[in-house]
Ligand binder design. Structure first.
Ligand SMILES: Cc1ncc(COP(=O)(O)O)c(C=O)c1O
Length: 372
């Protein structure tokens, strides 16, 4: 039995007709930038996320860059980020000349440890970026309180978590700026690169709209230096069409997670395989990934591969140890939890179209691996 990590063709099949019609309509109109689909998509995403504004943009990475620029982050400023995340969280900081200051995460939720954040604050700190890893939010109140106390910016990198909830509040309701990725493999994916920033702040929204369009709101007149970070009409239309399915897909992911939890319990592997913790504050984990921890991670991954079961390591090396971030002064040994997780985490297939048989096959094989 084959179990891929993701099957985008299965997701696309029932939507093919509707999406093809819309894409053809846009091609016929030859209206590719801006236009009604962008507006409709922004309204729908902001409603879904219970945020006042949604500013569509070119990717989840650019969403972080324009958010930092909107907060006025400048070269030489420090921005606190978790080390255990996708590159873009810190890359966005460094590309504008600011310094990412790496902090550790919590072993059970994989998310930013607010105690490390407090310790990392200096008089150069201008913002904190919390990441909602694998579809579960960070402990947002605790981190936001540190940002407020120190009068610095707060960005929630929700590239992996649109639709998740923190103490009943949707991603987009809590942070000053929330960044989303519609990368095709995400739980809500476009057909190419796409992203968005959510905010409840009118002033920041105006800035973001300008920043995604070379700092201009009046064509050829530029109030600030911005980027070309627009969301094009075809991607906006696809996100809009797929958004209607997002809750069904989320339920599918949650159902699959429940099956995994039950099957792992039955398998009785004890501490050999640690299943992901759903934090008390996490009222809606959307399981963008289902990530187990095991000491024999690499051997297990190869074993599963030989049984045609795909799995993935998000992430094999903490950002504080990446060559390109040596200039920050961070090094191996600085962040022990991140370094440990990088050797232990393994993401199993969790996408909604998986069958119970496929999930059973995954856990049976994991059990066999430890029995042999
Ligand atoms: C946590 C995190 N931040 C940012 C990004 C960047 O998003 P994009 O690939 O849309 O630029 C990703 C995408 O993988 C991500 O997982």
């Amino acid at each position: 039995m084959k179990v891929p990590l993701l099957d985008l063709k299965a997701q696309y099949a029932p939507l093919k007709e509707e999406i093809s019609k819309t894409v053809l309509e846009i091609m016929d109109s030859q209206y590719f930038i801006g236009g009604p689909y962008l507006k409709e998509c922004e309204v729908a995403v902001s409603k879904y996320s219970r945020a006042k504004h949604c500013v569509g943009c070119s990717s989840g990475s650019d969403a972080i860059i324009i958010s930092l620029l909107a907060l006025g982050i400048k070269p030489g400023d420090e921005v606190i980020v978790p080390s255990f995340t996708f590159f873009a969280t810190a890359g966005a900081v460094a590309i504008i000349g600011a310094k990412p200051v790496f902090v550790d995460v919590l072993e059970d939720t994989f998310n930013m440890d607010y105690r490390s954040v407090e310790k990392a604050i200096t008089n150069k700190t201008k913002a904190i970026i919390a990441v909602d890893l694998y579809g579960q939010t960070a402990d947002l109140d605790k981190i936001q309180a540190i940002a407020k106390k120190n009068k610095i910016g707060f960005i929630e990198d929700a590239a992996q978590s649109i639709g998740a909830e923190y103490k009943g509040k949707r991603v987009g309701e809590v942070a000053e700026l929330t960044t989303i990725s519609f990368y095709p493999a995400k739980n809500l994916g476009a057909f190419g690169d796409a992203g968005a920033v959510l905010t409840n702040d009118d002033r920041l929204k105006e800035k973001l709209v300008m920043l995604r369009e070379h700092g201009s709101s009046d064509r050829y007149y530029h109030k600030m230096v911005g980027m070309n970070a627009r969301l094009d009409a075809i991607q906006a239309a696809i996100v809009l069409k797929k958004l209607k399915k997002l809750d069904d897909w989320t339920q599918g992911r949650q159902k699959n997670a429940k099956i995994y939890y039950d099957l792992f319990e039955e398998a009785g592997l004890g501490d050999l395989v640690i299943t992901p913790k759903v934090a008390d504050y996490s009222t809606r984990h959307i399981f963008n990934q289902f990530v187990i921890r095991t000491k024999k991670r690499d051997e297990l991954k190869t074993y599963l591969q030989n049984k045609e079961i795909a799995s993935a390591v998000f992430y094999p090396l903490g950002l504080h140890m990446q060559e390109c971030f040596r200039f920050t002064g961070s090094k191996e040994g600085d962040l022990p939890v991140t370094e440990k997780l990088c050797h232990e985490v393994l993401a199993l297939p969790i996408y909604p179209e998986l069958t119970r048989e496929q999930l059973g096959y995954v856990v049976d094989n994991i059990r066999d691996f430890y029995r042999n």
